[in-house]
Write a protein that binds this ligand. Sequence first.
Ligand SMILES: [Zn+2]
Length: 311
Amino acid sequence: MIIGTDIGGTKINFACVQAEEVSGGVISLKTPDNIQGILDVFFEGIGNLACQNNIKAIGIATAGTVDLENSKVTGSTGNMPDGYDSLELKKILKEKFSIPVFVENDANAAAFAEFKTGNARGHMNTITLTLGTGIGGGIIVDGRLLRGRTGAGAEVGHMPITPQKKRKCTCGSWGCWEAYASGTGYAVTAREMAEKIPVEKREGILKEKKIPELTTYDIISGLNNNDPFAIEVHNMWEEYLSMGIASLINIFEPDSIVLSGGMAKFINYEVLNSKVKERVIMQATLLLPAKYENFAGLLGAAYLAGEKFNL
Ligand SMILES: [Zn+2]
């Protein structure tokens, strides 16, 4: 039995993983806003798992970048507490539970789960994208995770898609794909497009809401009511989404691209496929929804720990 965990900005999930399945349910606890709190939650979460006395390893998927050699978090993201990037989880957990610990970036772990037992099973070349407030990516090449020189690779959300320095990204740079095609980017696009419409011509949701207060949720609910402005915004989002996806296909020519995360459920696959097709130079790649969604990270981390420690 291997414990799989996933440390995200809002929740930390724990589960026992055996024979490629979550066994006995998932424990989900709120992510604390300080480092000591994270450790306390870890001990609580693991302490409440049914398999706690029968574990051979712990696999951790985490937000941020990971130094693979030392299984250490080396880069944090905005929604994690200060000091998270120097948290030596592996060392602390190894001391406490006396079992090997493996740490991997959450998007990489999710891609590995979709490849091993999810909707990309059998696809030796596949990419999983997590479309949420940002864009995460995990890339499998010839059946192995592509990690780059130090393990920080596959940050697909930060490929620039425009020379314009109009949108600042969470990474500090400008014009990154995630600044346009994430859920956050979606709302920014909506506000930018709304500003260009003269006040007297604003209709539907634009009459109901002030522009700076427009959210992704407003546009999605407008979309469900066939609001013309919402349709236009959504179309632009799919355009931005297709740009990054087409670039990835042109570079990696994968068997599939799996789309997960909160924004993935708003994708019209027919529209996205045709937009991507216009931009790729080879045969179209399969675009697929994810199998695991919330539990992909912890499953992938457990699989990777099993592989790393030959369990
Ligand atoms: Zn960026």
